[in-house]
Design a binder for this molecule. Structure first.
Ligand code: AP5
Length: 223
C-alpha cells in the first residue's frame, strides 16, 4: 500500500466522521479527527481543552496556532509509508499552509482532498437528528442511521447523547464559519489539482462506495 495521505473536507454534518470511520476500517490508516481530539481534550481538561472549550461551545473555530500544534505533533509521530486520514483539518487557509510546510519537513505529500458536498438544508436535518455515543463517539441519526436499541450504542453499549454544539443557534454559526473560513480551501486545493468532489447527499453506503472507488483509483495511480 502506498503512502496514502488523505483529507476529508466538508461542512459540519456532511458525513466526514461517518465516512472517516469506514475509511479507517477499510484502509487501516491512522485517522486524526480534530473535533474528536478537541472534545477528548476538553473532557480531560488539558491546556488545549481549556482553551478550545469556549470556542467550540459557540461554534467558532479554535485559534489556528492551537490546532496546528495538535496536528503537527500527531503527524510527527505518524510513521511515514503508512498514510493518514485527516478529518476536520485543515479548516482555514493558514492551517492548510501550515500543513503543507509540515509535510514538506517530513518529506511527505498529500494524495487527495475529498470534499463531501451537501446542501445547508440537508445539513440542518442531519445535525438535528444526530446522536453520538458518550464513550466512543460512534455516530447515529434518529432517522437515517438509528441504533438497534433506541438510545444505546450498538458498538459499545454506552448512552447516546446530543452533542453540546448541535443546538440550532450554534449549528447556524458553525455553518457561517464554514462558508467564511473553510470554503476557500476548495479553490486552494483545486489549484493544486488535489480536490475530488463526492456527492454527500446520497445514503451513507453509496457515499462510502464513491469514496472507495476514488481511493482505489488513487492507489492504482500511486502503486
Ligand atoms: P467537528 O467535530 O469536526 O465538527 P464538524 O466539522 O462541524 O463536523 P461534524 O462532526 O458536525 O459532522 P461530520 O461531517 O463529521 O458529520 P457526521 O458523520 O457526524 O468539530 C467540532 C468543533 O471543533 C468545531 O466547531 C471547532 O470549534 C473545533 N474544530 C475542529 N477542528 C478544527 C480546526 N481544524 N480548526 C479550528 N477549530 C476546529 O454526520 C452528521 C449526521 O448525519 C449523523 O447523524 C450521521 O448519522 C448522519 N449522516 C451522515 N452521512 C449521512 C448520509 N449520507 N445520509 C444521511 N445521514 C447521514
Amino acid at each position: 500500500m502506498p503512502d496514502l495521505n488523505l483529507i476529508l473536507l466538508g461542512p459540519p454534518g456532511s458525513g466526514k466522521g461517518t465516512q472517516g470511520e469506514r475509511l479507517q476500517e477499510d484502509l487501516e490508516l491512522p485517522y486524526y479527527a480534530t473535533g474528536d481530539i478537541l472534545r477528548a481534550a476538553v473532557k480531560e481538561g488539558t491546556e488545549v481543552g481549556q482553551t478550545a472549550r469556549e470556542y467550540m461551545e459557540r461554534g467558532d473555530l479554535v485559534p489556528d496556532e492551537v490546532i496546528i500544534g495538535v496536528i503537527a505533533e500527531r503527524l510527527g509521530d505518524s510513521p511515514a509509508g503508512h498514510g493518514f486520514i485527516l478529518d476536520g483539518f485543515p479548516r482555514t487557509v493558514p492551517q492548510a499552509e501550515a500543513l503543507d510546510a509540515e509535510l514538506d519537513k517530513l518529506g511527505r505529500q498529500l494524495e487527495a482532498v475529498i470534499l463531501i458536498d451537501v446542501s445547508d438544508d440537508e445539513i440542518i436535518r442531519r445535525i438535528t437528528g444526530r446522536r453520538v455515543c458518550a464513550d466512543g463517539g460512534h455516530i447515529y441519526h434518529v432517522e437515517f442511521s438509528p441504533p438497534e436499541t433506541e438510545g444505546v450504542c450498538d458498538i459499545d453499549g454506552s448512552e447516546l447523547v446530543v452533542r453540546d454544539d448541535d443546538r440550532p443557534e450554534v449549528v447556524r454559526n458553525r455553518l457561517d464559519q464554514y462558508h467564511e473560513k473553510t470554503a476557500p480551501l476548495v479553490s486552494y486545493y483545486e489549484k493544486q489539482a488535489l480536490l475530488n468532489r463526492v456527492d454527500g447527499s446520497a445514503d451513507p453506503d453509496q457515499v462510502a462506495e464513491s469514496i472507495r472507488s476514488l481511493v482505489s483509483t488513487l492507489s492504482l495511480e500511486e502503486g
